[in-house]
Design a protein around this ligand. Structure first.
Ligand SMILES: *Cc1c(COP(=O)(O)O)cnc(C)c1O
Length: 370
């Protein structure tokens, strides 16, 4: 048997007629940029995510860049984030000319440790970017409290966590801005790149709408220096079809995760759901001893099971960031996670017998790696 880490093909197969019809409609209308479909999807996503407004942009990375820009963050500013994330989080900070400052993660949730945020605050700190990593909500009560006391903006990197809640409210709606990614393998994936910024403030909303379209106030009149970053109507119409299934898919992800939890308890460290949070398991991460991790992955791979490390090198140790001056040992929890964790196959449509096979092989693999 072969079990992939994720499978995005089956969702298209399920929705083929609806998606094909939606694509045909856009193709026949020849209205590709910032049309009715994008507006409809923005309204639906805002409502779904408990936010007042949503602005569709070119990607999750650009969502972060535009949010930072709209909040006035740039040269000379510091932004605190986690070293255990996809590069885009830190990259966006650097792209606006600010400096990423890392704070270590909590061992159990893999999310930024609020206590460590507080230690990293300096007079130059302007914002915090918490990342709801793997679909697990950050401790937003504490993060918003720290932000309030130090007068910092909060931009939630919600790329992996659409639909997750904290205190029964959707993540992405707590901070000044929440950034979503519709990269094809995310919990809500487009047929290409796409992103969204969630905001509650009307002024910020207007500014983001200007920024994404060259700062255009009226045709060929530009009030601010902008970008070209828009979610196109094709992606929006596809995503509108898929959004209706998102709760069902996330619920299935939770069920698959629960089965792994029950079957693997005591054998490996299973993910912990954050206090007050509802995890949507973008990825299912287990933790084993460092000496076993790579052997276990090889054993799984030899048996047709795909697993992957998220992420093998923490951001503070990336070559592109050598000028920041961080070194090995600076963030022990993030570094340990990079050598002790792996993601197991999890997608809403994984079959019972496929998951059974993964569990059985994993148990065998753990014995073999002893
Ligand atoms: C995917 C991802 C992004 C970037 O999203 P893109 O749409 O690929 O640009 C940012 N942050 C995190 C944590 C992600 O997983």
């Amino acid at each position: 048997m072969k079990v992939p880490l994720m499978n995005i093909q089956v969702q298209y197969d399920q929705l083929k007629t609806k998606i094909d019809d939606a694509i045909t409609e856009i193709a026949s209308s020849s209205k590709f940029i910032l049309g009715k479909e994008t507006e409809i999807f923005e309204r639906e996503i805002a409502a779904y995510c408990d936010a007042r407004y949503a602005v569709g942009v070119g990607s999750g990375t650009e969502a972060l860049i535009l949010a930072l820009t709209a909040l006035g963050i740039g040269k000379g500013d510091e932004v605190i984030t986690t070293p255990a994330t996809f590069i885009a989080t830190a990259e966006s900070i650097s792209r606006v000319g600010a400096r990423p400052v890392f704070a270590d993660i909590d061992r159990d949730t893999y999310n930024i440790d609020p206590g460590k945020i507080e230690e990293a605050v300096t007079p130059r700190t302007k914002a915090i970017i918490p990342v709801h990593l793997f679909g697990n909500p950050c401790d937003m009560d504490r993060i918003m409290d720290i932000a309030g006391r130090h007068n910092l903006k909060v931009i939630e990197d919600t790329a992996q966590a659409i639909g997750a809640t904290y205190n029964d409210k959707k993540v992405g709606s707590f901070g000044d801005a929440g950034c979503l990614s519709f990269f094809p393998s995310k919990n809500l994936g487009a047929f290409g790149d796409g992103g969204m910024i969630l905001v509650n403030d009307g002024g910020l909303y207007k500014k983001l709408r200007l920024l994404r379209v060259h700062g255009t106030s009226e045709k060929y009149h530009h009030s601010i220096i902008g970008f070209n970053s828009r979610l196109d109507n094709l992606q929006a119409t596809i995503l509108t079809v898929k959004l209706k299934k998102l709760d069902d898919w996330n619920e299935r992800r939770r069920r698959v995760a629960k089965r792994y939890d029950e079957e693997l308890k005591g054998l490996v460290e299973t993910p912990s759901e954050a206090n007050k949070g509802r995890h949507v398991y973008h990825l299912y991460i287990i933790r084993v001893e460092k000496r076993k991790r790579d052997g276990l992955m090889k054993f799984l791979n030899d048996n047709g099971i795909e697993s992957r490390v998220y992420y093998p090198l923490p951001v503070h140790l990336q070559e592109c960031y050598k000028d920041l001056g961080y070194k090995k040992g600076d963030f022990p929890e993030a570094e340990a996670a990079s050598t002790e964790t792996l993601a197991l196959p999890l997608f809403p449509e994984i079959k019972d017998d496929e998951q059974r096979y993964v569990i059985d092989k994993l148990k065998k693999g753990l014995k073999a790696c002893n």
